[in-house]
Design a protein around this ligand. Structure first.
Ligand SMILES: Nc1ncnc2c1ncn2[C@@H]1O[C@H](COP(=O)(O)OP(=O)(O)OP(=O)(O)O)[C@@H](O)[C@H]1O
Length: 419
């Protein structure tokens, strides 16, 4: 059984004229990263609300970690939610608490020991690049920093699942890259992430699984998917995207033989020109077929190569010098791969240092204000080892999901150490 299972799920809100979700079947495995896309009103938030048990399904069945959500009594809902981190578009920080307290509070309410909280909070804050900002109040943070606090809070308990509803919705593209770095790194520790988004750049760059909703129904469920679907909604833009993909593949295939100048001249009308320009732009970052073959097994496909890159490609696309779909001008990649070195495996030294170290608001962190990093790396963030989690919620222990997730995390951390 998958970690998250929806079987013929429908949701009709009171007084609604049509179902918000209709006959939805969806299976999400442990460790998956899933983008939920679709037009406004398609049902993305409703799906997340059902998973969080904020709303109840009308018909069908949802199982999360083996728990039938219809059978969870109201009294047990808070307990159920301990295994799930939730990130909102508008952060929902506690305004009268500092950064440190916001994260600590999330652990306190689930009964985590004070000593454990003292150990975990600095680790997760470091992981999201907020070391040095512990004493700040939410109103003293940039949007990106506030969202990092929200992520730290959601991840502090090392949940098996993180649900995110438009986490970059209020953020500029540069800041969004940093947020996606954090989410990607968390996902690589074994946490399943389901993220509703309208952000085309992110979806197209990261090439994760894409589930598309339309009028409450799933119309597409695609590995390494793109934001637009020419298949289902063949409007001009989607068609152009699809052609762009084709152009990119072609550019890759001929990368070795066709000079860039000739490639640039290939387009004749405006749409073609845009596509070819973008293809040329992207092809600069793509390995030639020779180097790809040398570096990997000959069965490796273009899709495989694309799927490998994720946030790095997002950063490149965002910083390629082009303006974005919404006309933004982008800063350089060096300025935005901000969240630093990730979370170190919790050595005794580290823990002692972080426990004894009082947060210092003026202390320089590797991330200053959002988008002004002192880190001068152009490589993607390293995979963090997860913090040592507090006692997991009983329902996840029962299903052994959290245990497996932690094993995966440990594996990842070991792998990273060995690299
Ligand atoms: N609490 C509610 N009561 C009644 N109808 C609702 C409620 N919440 C959502 N709906 C309706 O359910 C449908 C799906 O809404 P939902 O918020 O899930 O869409 P969405 O895909 O998340 O949209 P957006 O991208 O704008 O956030 C819409 O028709 C919406 O009007």
């Amino acid at each position: 059984m998958a970690l998250i299972d929806l079987e013929n799920v429908s949701k009709v809100y009171d007084r609604a004229t049509r179902p918000a979700l209709e006959e939805v079947n969806l299976h999400i495995n442990r460790g998956d990263f899933v983008f939920l896309v679709g037009a406004s009103g398609a049902g993305k938030s409703t799906l997340l609300s059902l998973l969080l048990r904020e709303e109840e399904i009308s018909t069908g069945k949802i199982s999360v970690a083996g728990n039938d959500l219809r059978r969870i009594s109201h009294r047990h809902i808070p307990h159920y939610r301990r295994g799930i981190g939730f990130i909102f578009q508008d952060y929902k920080l506690l305004e009268n608490m500092t950064v440190w307290e916001n994260v600590a509070f999330a652990l306190e309410v689930i009964g985590t020991k004070r000593s454990t909280i003292k150990s975990i909070v600095p680790q997760v804050l470091e992981a999201v690049g907020l070391t040095g900002k512990e004493k700040r109040m939410p109103h003293e943070l940039s949007g990106g920093e506030a969202q990092r606090v929200a992520i730290a809070r959601a991840y502090a308990n090392h949940p098996a699942i993180i649900l995110a509803d438009e986490p970059t919705g209020n953020l500029d593209p540069t800041t969004s890259v940093g947020i996606m770095e954090v989410l990607e790194a968390i996902n690589r520790t074994g946490t399943t992430i389901v993220m509703a988004t309208h952000n085309e750049e992110i979806v197209n760059s990261m090439r994760k699984r894409v589930v598309e909703l339309h009028n409450g129904r799933i119309v597409r469920d695609e590995e390494n998917g793109m934001y637009d679907s020419a298949l289902y909604f063949p409007d001009e833009e989607a068609t152009n995207k699809s052609r762009l993909e084709q152009a990119v593949r072609t550019a890759r295939e001929i990368n070795d033989v066709l000079p860039e100048s000739q490639l640039s001249q290939a387009g004749t009308n405006t749409a073609d020109k845009d596509i070819v320009e973008e293809a040329v732009d992207m092809s600069k970052f793509m390995p030639t077929s020779e180097s790809a073959n040398a570096a990997s097994d000959s069965s490796l496909t273009v899709d495989d190569l694309e799927a490998e890159e994720g946030v790095a490609r997002l950063a490149r696309n965002v910083h390629s010098g082009r303006t974005g779909r919404y006309g933004q001008a982008f800063a350089s990649a060096e300025q935005t791969l901000t969240w630093g070195t990730g979370l170190n495996a919790a050595s005794d030294d580290n823990q002692e240092a972080s426990q004894s170290q009082q947060p210092d608001d003026d202390k320089e962190s590797n991330t200053d204000d959002e988008g002004k990093s002192s880190a001068s790396t152009s490589t993607p963030a390293t995979v963090p080892a997860p913090p040592a989690p507090p006692a997991p919620p009983a329902f996840l222990v029962r299903d052994e999901v959290n245990e497996k997730s932690r094993v995966t995390s440990q594996d990842n951390s070991d792998e990273k150490d060995g690299e």
